[in-house]
Ligand binder design. Structure first.
Ligand code: AKG
Ligand code: FE2
Length: 299
């Protein structure tokens, strides 16, 4: 069921029917009994970490997908730009790891965004921009063994850890220590096949997912591939939190869709222009995990 729905939403022609996709921006608790609205607990009136004041957030929950929480874009425009810059310029830098590290596309002393900016308009720049698929932070995800190791880690970015801690407390999930993240970079033709995230020794802690740029169809199914998934539309700024039962459920991204609104654009700051241009055909997802159970210092 998961795989056939994935194929259905991935296909180009005939185009899939997008009308059954849950769109949290356009649901109301009155008209759609499947979706509940929960108001953020925190009464904080300040803007923190690029977020709007918490009383303006909405937290949705889908009864059929127990433990899944969806917060439609609580970020300000400046906030989105801040995190986009962090992902593109900073999180792709050493000591963080990127998929290009192993491929000989960059010399040891070359930095991906730096080279792309300096070689703007060249073939090498286009190739490099297209080839970037992921960066890993903190305990680095091992794509082969799917196991973390004490020997393969770098400091976790403090601002991203604080963002997660703040969101976690605001929506009533308590303490969360961000220790590993995958930053996914998608183009308009990218997909992410169905998987579960089970590398973390702590499988109780929620998983926080922040998306920016172009939209995506996100499928969340059950703990086996037999269960039919729910299709949801993720827009720029949306936060998905997988807690409890949903934490170990199959999920994937069968399709990137052109954004129907661009809450990250518009700024006269000339420093912003290359990021705006990159985001015109990209989606970024920061996928953050706690690795160690509370109280543990090592694996
Ligand atoms: O891009 C997304 O929304 C999901 C990414 C994801 O599932 C992952 O990195 O494990
Ligand atoms: Fe995942």
């Amino acid at each position: 069921m998961f795989k056939s729905d994935f194929k259905y939403y991935k296909r180009k022609s005939p185009a899939p029917d997008l009308s059954l996709i849950v769109d949290f921006k356009n649901v109301s608790s009155e008209s759609d009994t499947d979706v509940l609205k929960i108001i953020a607990l925190n009464k904080d009136k300040e803007n923190k970490f690029g977020l709007r004041p918490c009383h303006e957030w909405q937290v949705h929950h889908v009864p059929k997908r127990k433990g899944l929480l969806f917060i439609p874009n609580p970020f300000t425009r400046m906030g989105q730009q801040y995190w986009i810059k962090r992902c593109v310029r900073d999180f792709t830098r050493k000591p963080n790891r990127i998929n290009l590290d192993a491929h000989g596309d960059l010399r040891e002393d070359e930095d991906w965004w730096d080279i792309c900016s300096r070689l703007k308009g060249t073939e090498r720049c286009r190739t490099l921009l297209h080839k970037l698929r992921w960066a890993t932070l903190g305990y680095h995800h091992n794509w082969d063994t799917k196991e973390y190791s004490e020997d393969l880690q770098s400091p976790f970015p403090e601002d991203l850890a604080q963002l997660c801690q703040f969101v976690s407390k605001t929506i009533g999930l308590g303490d969360f220590t961000a220790e590993a993240a995958i930053v996914n970079f998608y183009h308009m033709d990218s997909t992410l096949s169905g998987h579960t995230d089970h590398s973390e020794p702590d499988k109780e802690a929620p998983l926080f997912s922040f998306s920016f740029g172009q939209s995506a169809i996100f499928l969340l199914g059950g703990q086996t591939l037999e269960e039919k998934p729910t299709a949801m539309l993720i827009r720029s700024g949306d936060i998905v939190v997988m807690t409890a039962e949903s934490r170990l459920c199959y999920h994937g991204v069968p399709r990137i869709l052109p954004a129907d609104e661009t809450p990250w654009t518009g700024n006269n700051d000339k420093d912003w222009e290359p990021f705006e241009s990159y985001m015109e055909s990209s989606r970024i997802n920061m996928n953050v995990r706690q690795v160690l159970p509370a109280g543990y210092k090592h694996l």
